[in-house]
Design a protein around this ligand. Structure first.
Ligand code: ATP
Ligand code: ZN
Length: 225
């Protein structure tokens, strides 16, 4: 394994969590400049390297011990944990704390003309989602059989395109659903961004740095409340 004395923190490269993740670390006193073309940003004033990656890669990088910390949506963390449990891959990590951004919910939604009573209305139907494991857990708990339509993007257009009867997708305001002639019927998971730590042994100096950052994160969030 490639050892590094510097603390590695994985954050989303570009997307809904990237600006808030960078802002949080800067508020904690970590000084760095991001070059959009580069994967790594080195902090100037602390032994910290930021790894800028796709959000979907962050839980796995932490669980495999490639990086020490990650800032990620709980939805992506939960999905990766369920996926890894299924294939017997290491799925452990420690959630240090929930953060104060990235709020969204994973919801079921159906076309406006669909008459929905409860989740049972979806029995035997096809549901498009990027979160097959969280969806499966919910549907199993309810005892509902359904068919998968796995899409990494454009989930909200699947019903209109005739690919699925309903969807299970992330919602924050509901504007995207409305724009696609869909309505939200059931929230199956509520999510915020969170900060996670690898369970693999840290050197005492890295652990001390993690403790320092976490205590600053607590202070920053308390001050913003
Ligand atoms: P990447 O290119 O890194 O894979 P992405 O397209 O998968 O990015 P984003 O759309 O940037 O991901 O969303 C990142 C995270 O932001 C989500 O996993 C979720 O935790 C959070 N989020 C907050 N609000 C929303 C929303 N309305 N829709 C989607 N994600 C949201
Ligand atoms: Zn993603």
């Amino acid at each position: 394994m490639i050892e590094s004395n510097r603390l590695r923190i994985a954050i989303q490269k570009s997307g809904r969590l990237s600006k808030d993740s960078q802002k949080l670390l800067k508020s904690c006193g970590v000084k760095f400049n991001v070059n959009e073309q580069r994967l790594i940003a080195h902090a100037d004033n602390m032994p910290i390297d930021l790894l800028r990656v796709r959000d979907d890669d962050i839980p796995g990088l932490v669980m495999d011990g490639v990086v020490d910390l990650g800032i990620i949506g709980e939805n992506v963390l939960e999905e990766e944990q369920l996926e890894r449990q299924l294939v017997n891959k290491p799925a452990e990590c420690t959630k240090l704390r929930e953060l104060d951004f990235g709020a969204c919910r994973l919801s079921l939604a159906v076309p406006n003309e669909f008459s929905y009573n409860d989740a049972q209305s979806l029995e035997g139907l096809r549901i498009a989602t990027s979160y097959p494991n969280i969806l499966r857990r919910f549907m199993q708990e309810k005892g509902i059989n359904y068919r998968d339509c796995m899409l990494k993007g454009s989930v909200e257009v699947a019903p209109r395109a005739g690919l699925a009867d309903g969807i299970c997708d992330l919602v924050s305001t509901g504007a995207t659903l409305e724009a696609n002639g869909l309505y939200e019927t059931e929230v199956i998971y509520r999510s915020m961004a969170c900060i996670i730590q690898s369970t693999q042994t840290q050197t005492p100096s890295k652990q001390a740095l993690i403790d320092k950052i976490l205590s600053r994160v607590n202070g920053v969030i308390r001050a913003r409340e």
